[in-house]
Design a protein around this ligand. Structure first.
Ligand code: TYD
Ligand code: MG
Length: 455
C-alpha cells in the first residue's frame, strides 16, 4: 500500500473538485469559493484478500430480514419530536443547520434538559464550558448526567464516547471539529465530509443518536453543511429573522418521517418556548380593515396555519415597476399579476407591487394564490376586504379557481379561530360532508366571481 499526498482545489460551497484554482465554480456558480486542500491518497491494490472477503459475505432477501420497530427517544419538546417524526431514532445522525445566533445551541441545551434520566454528552468547539454554564443558568438548567467536552479532535471524541457510553451526543459545531490525519484545516469540505462520516460510523455502530450542529451563512457562500445533507439521516433547518422572535424548525430530509413538517418556537429571555397554536401567532398583529390584507391558510406538514397576505400597490416613481416579495416566490407573483391584467383588466405596469406574508413564514403551496390576487386587487383599488373572511384556492392561468388539498382541515382551523366566512374552490365544496357549520362556506369558480362577491 503506498501513500502519497496531493493538493486539490475544492469549492467550499458545493464540493466541486478542480486540479487548479478557479475564480468561479463551474458547478454552483459561486465566486471565490475554492480553497486548496491537501489530501493523502492511499492506493489500495486489488488482492486475493478481496475475493476471500467477498466469499464470506452473506446477502439477504428482503423477506428474511426481520423488521424491527425503530426505538425512538422522545424529547418531550413536541415541536421538535413532531418534526423528527416522533422522536430521536437510535443510531440516527441529525444535522441541524442555521444562521449563527439563531438559537441552535440553546435548542440543544433545552433538549438535553428535557431528556431526564439520559446521559448527555455535549461536545463543544465553539464555546468554553463557562460560557455554556452561563447559558445554562439563564435557562434555569439543572440536569444531572450532562457532560461537557470542550474538544475538537474527533479521535478523542470517539474515545470519550466509547469510554462513557452516553445516550445522546451533540457536536456543536461540525465546522470546528477535525480529524488529525487530514491535512486540511477544520471547516473545509474534506474535514466536514470525513468528520461527518466518522460520526455516522460511531452512531451506527453504537446506536447512539448524534445531533450535529452546522452553520449556514445567509448568502450561502460557505454553505458547507449543504454537501453533508445526503450523508446524514435527517436534515433540519432552524430559521427565522434574528430581528423577529419566531423561529421555525423545518425538516428538509427525514429517513424516518415526513418532510415539510415544521416546529415553531419563540425566543424569549429564558430560552425557546414552543408555539402550540401557530395561527394565533401569525395573526396576532392583524390589520383590521386595512386594504391589501387578506387571510388565507397554508398546510405546513400536517398542520393548517392561518396567515395574513399583505400587498402594497403604489405608483412607480422609476421607469421600471418593482416587484418585491417576502415569503413567496417572485415568479408566482408575476403569474398572478398577468392573470389580474388579462382577466380583470387591472393594469399594473405603472405600479410597484410589494407582497409579504406576515410573521416571516415562507409559503410554497398554491392554495394561497387566490388570496394573493385579492390582496393586490384590494390594495390597488384601496378597498379593504372583510377581515372575518378566509380565502382559499389555487389560481389557474385562465382565471379559474382550482381545487386544493386538505380542505376540511383548513376549514376546521378557520372555524376554530372564529372566522365567519370561508371562500373555497367550488369543486372542493361538492366533496365536503358536513356543510352545516358555524362558518359559512362559499364556493367560487373563478377570480371574477370571487372579486364581485367580496368587493
Ligand atoms: P445561540 O443558541 O447561541 O445561537 P447559535 O448556537 O445558533 O449560534 O443563541 C444566540 C442568541 O439567542 C443570542 O443572540 C441570545 C439569544 N438568546 C435569548 O434571547 N434568550 C435566551 O434565553 C438565550 C439562551 C439566548
Ligand atoms: Mg452556538
Amino acid at each position: 500500500m503506498s501513500t502519497k499526498t496531493k493538493s486539490q482545489f475544492i469549492c467550499q460551497s458545493c464540493g466541486y473538485v478542480s486540479p487548479k484554482w478557479l475564480g468561479k465554480c463551474p458547478d454552483c456558480e459561486n465566486w471565490n469559493t475554492f480553497i486548496e486542500e491537501i489530501i493523502s491518497v492511499e492506493k489500495k491494490k486489488r488482492t486475493k484478500d478481496n475475493d476471500l472477503k467477498a466469499s464470506s459475505v452473506e446477502v439477504h432477501t428482503i423477506k428474511t430480514i426481520e423488521s424491527k420497530r425503530e426505538l425512538r427517544i422522545q424529547t418531550k419538546i413536541d415541536e421538535f419530536d413532531r418534526v423528527l417524526g416522533g422522536g430521536l431514532v437510535s443510531g440516527s445522525v441529525i444535522l441541524i443547520g442555521g444562521d449563527p445566533g439563531i438559537g441552535k445551541s440553546t435548542l440543544m441545551l433545552q433538549i438535553a434538559e428535557n431528556l431526564t434520566g439520559k446521559k448527555f454528552l455535549y461536545v463543544t468547539g465553539e464555546e468554553s464550558p463557562i460560557q455554556i454554564k452561563m447559558r445554562a443558568d439563564r435557562l434555569n438548567f439543572n440536569k444531572e448526567n450532562f457532560y461537557i467536552l470542550p474538544e475538537t479532535d474527533l479521535d478523542i471524541v470517539q474515545a470519550v464516547i466509547s469510554k462513557n457510553a452516553p445516550d445522546i451526543v451533540v457536536i456543536d459545531s461540525i465546522q470546528t471539529t477535525y480529524i488529525p490525519q487530514l491535512e486540511s484545516p477544520p471547516g473545509t469540505i474534506s474535514q466536514l465530509r470525513e468528520s461527518t462520516s466518522l460520526l455516522i460510523n460511531i452512531a451506527k455502530s453504537t446506536g447512539i443518536p448524534i445531533l450535529i450542529v452546522g452553520h449556514i451563512t445567509k448568502d450561502g457562500t460557505i454553505a458547507g453543511p449543504k454537501v453533508l445533507e445526503h450523508m446524514v439521516d435527517v436534515v433540519l433547518h432552524f430559521e427565522g429573522e434574528r430581528t423577529h422572535n419566531y423561529r421555525i424548525l423545518r425538516s428538509i430530509k427525514n429517513r424516518f418521517g415526513s418532510t415539510n413538517e415544521i416546529g415553531i418556537f419563540e425566543m424569549t429571555e429564558n430560552g425557546l418556548r414552543e408555539v402550540k397554536n401557530p395561527s394565533e401567532v401569525f395573526l396576532s398583529q392583524r390589520n383590521y380593515g386595512a386594504s391589501g390584507c387578506v387571510i388565507s391558510s397554508s398546510i405546513e406538514g400536517t398542520r393548517p396555519i392561518l396567515i395574513e397576505v399583505q400587498a402594497l400597490v403604489t405608483e412607480t416613481s422609476y421607469g421600471f415597476p418593482q416587484r418585491t416579495t417576502m415569503g413567496i416566490d417572485t415568479k408566482k407573483l408575476n403569474i398572478i399579476i398577468a392573470v389580474l391584467e388579462k382577466k380583470m383588466g387591472l393594469f399594473l405596469n405603472k405600479h410597484d407591487i410589494f407582497l409579504n406574508i406576515a410573521g416571516g413564514v415562507k409559503i410554497i403551496e398554491p392554495a394561497i394564490d387566490l388570496a394573493i390576487a385579492l390582496s393586490i386587487f384590494s390594495s390597488f383599488r384601496d378597498i379593504p376586504i372583510d377581515s372575518e373572511t378566509v380565502i382559499l384556492g389555487e389560481l389557474g392561468l385562465a382565471g379559474e379557481v382550482r381545487t386544493i388539498s386538505n380542505i376540511e382541515r383548513r376549514i376546521n382551523e378557520a372555524e376554530k379561530l372564529g372566522f365567519k366566512k370561508i371562500i373555497i374552490p367550488k369543486n372542493n365544496l361538492k366533496n365536503i360532508q358536513n356543510k352545516k357549520r358555524k362558518i359559512e362556506l362559499i364556493g367560487v369558480e373563478n377570480l371574477r366571481e370571487t372579486i364581485s362577491f367580496l368587493i
